[in-house]
Each structure stands twice: as structure tokens, then as C-alpha cells.
Design a protein around this ligand. Structure first.
Ligand SMILES: [Zn+2]
Length: 126
């Protein structure tokens, strides 16, 4: 029980589904969902509705806290690198050829699988 995560949706307990009804009679209540694994919002929400509830409640605060985009961003050759792979290898991961493709210049550079999977590896300048 202790390794179950609670859904972070602020209204999760208000949705009357059978699986949320917990406890023993006569003290059963609708409760926030608990799961060992959740698929929404980086594993924090039981479903899309709970994720949207959280976003709707917190979006203004979050944008003010983390900083709003106040000017349009521009796609230039310095920040247009996109990780991609060649699909000719079929469905298998083993035969994939990974490439770094520049969306502005169309230049391609080789990329290793490790670099492809490494979120901190980039050729883009901020
Ligand atoms: Zn939920």
C-alpha cells in the first residue's frame, strides 16, 4: 500500500466511479485514486480529466512562477536541431540510424543511440 502514488488531481475524489469507493460499510467514501503507476502528467495523474483539473487550477500561478513567454521565439539555424531516426530499419530498434537534422539548413549529422536518448545532449544553443 505504501508504494502506491496518489493522483494529484484536486477533484479526483469527486468523480463517482466504483473504483474510487473505498473503505468498509458503513464508512465507504469516494477517495482519491491510488495507483502503483499512472500514465498522465509524468506519472502524477490517473487520467486526462484529473490532469486538466490540475492545469486549470494552477496554470496562471505556474506561468507566473516559472516565467511567461513574453516575446516570440525565432527558429534559427542555431536552435533548429531535431533528433530523428531513419525508419528504413523497420520496426526494430536495432537497425535504426539516428541523425541530427537541422530544420533550417537541412544539414544532417550522425547521432549515436546514446546521444538520441540523452535529453541533456543537444547542439542547440538556448
Ligand atoms: Zn485522479
Amino acid at each position: 500500500m505504501s508504494n502506491l502514488k496518489l493522483c494529484q488531481g484536486p477533484s479526483c475524489h469527486t468523480y463517482n466511479t466504483k473504483d474510487r469507493l473505498k473503505g468498509t460499510k458503513p464508512n465507504k467514501t469516494f477517495q482519491t485514486r491510488r495507483r502503483s503507476h499512472m500514465y498522465y502528467g509524468n506519472g502524477n495523474f490517473c487520467d486526462m480529466r484529473c490532469q486538466n483539473d490540475w492545469i486549470n487550477k494552477n496554470i496562471e500561478h505556474a506561468l507566473n512562477h516559472f516565467g511567461r513567454t513574453t516575446e516570440p521565439k525565432h527558429l534559427t539555424e542555431d536552435n533548429a536541431w531535431i533528433k530523428d531516426y531513419d525508419y528504413r530499419g523497420g520496426w526494430s530498434d536495432e537497425n535504426r540510424t539516428y541523425v541530427y537534422r537541422n530544420a533550417v539548413t537541412k544539414e544532417q549529422r550522425p547521432l549515436t543511440e546514446q546521444q538520441y536518448n540523452d535529453d541533456s545532449y543537444t547542439l542547440n544553443t538556448p
